[in-house]
Design a protein around this ligand. Sequence first.
Ligand code: BDR
Ligand code: CA
Length: 303
Amino acid sequence: MKPVIVDVDTGIDDALAITYALKSPELDVIGLTTCFGNNSLENTTRSTLVILERLRKTVPVYMGADKPLKRGITKFPLNVHGEDGLGNNFSENPVREAEAESAVDFIISQVKKRPHEITLIPVGPLTNLAQAIIKAPEIIPLFNEVIIMGGAVFAPGNVTPYSEANILADPEAADYVFSSGLPVTIVGLDVTMKTILPAATTDEWRAIGTDESRFYADMTDFYIQAYETFEPGFGGCALHDPLAVGVAIDPDFVKREEWNVKVVLDGEETGRTVASAEGEPKVQVCTEVKAEQFLDHFLGRIL
Ligand code: BDR
Ligand code: CA
């Protein structure tokens, strides 16, 4: 079992990614760390705890950043993930609370305790990871792998024509991480926009007839509806965050290329991930995905 920490900004596709990770025997989810992003830190943490309680999992949750490293929050994508971050789909408050230890300290302590073993899977803004390596740069060579959902290296962005949401939410953090020497794999829109969950899936989930299946169907329908609003006829939703978990489970789902990646920090292209063959360090950029194989695997695990 591969020990992983999933760094989330829950979020509907984050919730699907958490569920996929927890239902995959290849992974040992030792903790979830939360960040602002799809909603406020308070709400992304609450949504994360709600998902865990619904799954009856006791994996600990650690709260992280409530704002970017150097700038203010632009705006939360409430039209994509709902006012509550889960498609306006639940009203309950979690019974459990987050741990007292911060996300940054949890990441640092686990990587030091288990050198070269921990895989971090950030699927929100990169603020927690940047803060961890700023505070304890000695952990940089001690990660097994850092598999990031974020960026649009060769593909167009999804918030602006250039930038993807997680990178735009904290461009300085992303740039710091990509230039740090961490063993980074970028699972960006280049591949995640090829892994589309068909809209009909939620009818199949609802037909299972359990509370759990209805919850996942309702939540995912909200996300599918958001895609439909942006692009009528889209017919599904992209499995951004689940694909990063998929790459941790089976590296063969994707093909990677080595590039030096920098983030544009100002002007209209802010948040753009720019690849160059020159320059160090190099990171691994996913450029191809076995979309059908991944989708089958995901569907086989989620419910
Ligand atoms: C990313 O942005 C968030 O809205 C999603 O949860 C995903 O992590 C996709 O650009
Ligand atoms: Ca996310």
